[in-house]
Write a protein that binds this ligand. Structure first.
Ligand code: ATP
Length: 441
């Protein structure tokens, strides 16, 4: 069957450059990676070009603080060369079909930003500067300890010596630092981790999409638990979709889940709390379910309040709802074949594709980013694959084959540059007839 022509977002986007600005340890790389993850997940090829990596790859990792002294002319020239090498690669990548390139460097002087703007403008690529300003010493101290001490720059260096050296590096940059001004360019300024956001001349599809994400980003550590509903009657029979009740095994999982969340939230909560933020307790856990019976029934034994979202409902299998996988293969071989050819884009007749699911989850991602509390998301296989792909930065087209088994909690803890993952199989053990086959036809 021919798929109708449709467009989920503009396909003819002209390339964009986002250039980070900020002193060291202001979260530039962290922000750049979150933007990349978000835009890539939405289907826009996005890549970060980190100048620090060019320096480490071409010159080795160990450079003492005085290498970053603006008075050190020799080092200045070398650092400028590294920045231009990264910019050359960035422009070449955009020329080869990339959509959004992020120039991840301090870009801390007006002169440097002017060069970046001119070189991009010569190619016809608009530039938006994204400046992170953070005057909160406690946050900067945490950033240095959490990320810089683990950097190859300080491998084998005593921790207190590394902190002292990195602080000296920041001081060198601070002496030459010039904030982005209104006359210079388009910009988004993130002040004190989103306490304030300033926009200047932000136009166009990509920059506009970034604003809600950047407004809601924070650095408070908290777990996000993803789980499918407990086994349903449809799971037992290998039927697709529907709105079935839980099976007795599913009910048992719901009880196991409630006990697990309480215990795990207590365990992690005791270690939580950022400077100036209270640690959270199990009752702070925010529970999300879909609007379907099997997820709401799974949430019943939990003591925390839950919110149900239609956006979390399972992929709509359209005319195939309520059928088994074998039935689809026999009665609708064209559906089976077309889906096998492109599981990510294939849209069930009168239903949805994985790509559709990602688009409808977009507003929920912003809400997920905004939440500072631990979160438990009880949903469905395809929807959780899409959420997992976002959180773990997996290419969206791999969604249909990501393993999200029943009766398993996936714990994801956001870190500076990604998420730490642990899986907990809570039982009872179940084997859903046909469902695995439907998911991996
Ligand atoms: P460098 O210039 O040395 O590469 P950087 O500015 O790229 O430093 P990151 O390496 O991204 O800094 O620092 C990561 C730390 O910044 C993490 O601990 C992360 O939680 C924190 N962070 C993320 N966003 C922000 C923000 N908006 N403001 C301050 N810190 C942030």
């Amino acid at each position: 069957m021919r798929q109708p022509l449709y467009s989920l977002h503009p396909r003819d986007l002209s390339p964009h450059v986002l250039a980070m600005v900020g002193l060291p340890a202001r979260g530039k790389t962290s922000i750049a990676r979150k933007i990349t993850r978000y835009l890539s997940w939405l289907g826009h090829p996005t890549r970060v070009f980190n100048v620090g990596n060019y320096r480490r790859n071409l010159l080795g990792a160990h450079h003492p603080a005085n290498f970053f002294d603006p008075q050190n002319r020799e080092a200045r020239r070398t650092l400028d060369e590294m920045a231009m090498a990264a910019l050359d690669d960035l422009l070449a990548w955009l020329g080869g079909g990339g959509e959004v390139a992020i120039f991840d460097a301090t870009n801390s002087t007006r002169a440097r930003r002017q060069i970046v703007s001119e070189r991009c403008r010569d190619k016809g690529y608009p530039v938006v500067f994204i400046e992170s300003i953070c005057g909160d010493e406690a946050i900067v101290e945490t950033n240095v300890r959490e990320t810089k001490l683990r950097s190859p720059d300080y491998e084998g260096v005593d921790a207190s010596e590394a902190v002292r050296d990195f602080r000296a590096r920041i001081a060198h940059y601070a002496r030459a630092y010039e904030t982005v001004t209104d006359l210079e360019s388009s910009y988004i300024k993130i002040i004190d981790v989103g306490r304030q956001l300033m926009l200047n001349r932000i136009h166009g599809y990509v920059p506009a999409r970034l604003v809600p994400l950047l407004m809601n980003m924070h650095v408070a550590p908290r777990p996000i638990w993803l789980t499918r509903h407990g086994e349903s009657i449809f799971n037992q029979q290998g039927l697709l979709g529907g709105d079935a009740d839980l099976s007795p095994h599913g009910e048992a999982y719901a009880r196991n889940l409630a006990a697990f969340i309480r215990g795990r939230a207590r365990e992690l909560g005791e270690a939580s709390g950022m400077p100036g933020e209270p640690a959270w307790i199990p009752d702070d856990v925010v529970v999300w379910t879909s609007s379907l019976r099997r997820t709401m029934q799974t949430s019943r034994p939990l003591t925390q309040r839950s919110i149900s979202w239609r956006a979390l409902d399972e992929i709509d299998a359209g005319v195939c709802e309520g059928m088994t996988y074998d039935e689809i293969r026999l009665k609708m071989p064209h559906v089976f074949e077309a889906r096998s050819a492109d599981k990510f884009r294939y849209r069930y007749p009168r239903g949805e594709s994985y790509e559709d699911v990602i688009q409808r989850l977009d507003p929920l991602i912003i809400e997920l980013e905004r939440q500072r509390s631990p979160m438990l998301v009880i949903a469905h296989q395809a929807v959780l694959r899409a959420l997992y792909a976002y959180l773990m930065d997996k290419p969206p087209h791999t969604c249909p084959s990501l393993p999200i088994p029943l009766h398993t909690v996936i714990e994801l803890i956001p870190t500076a540059y990604g998420c730490e993952e642990r899986r907990f199989q809570l039982g009872p053990e179940v084997q859903s007839v046909g469902e695995a086959a439907i998911a991996h036809p």
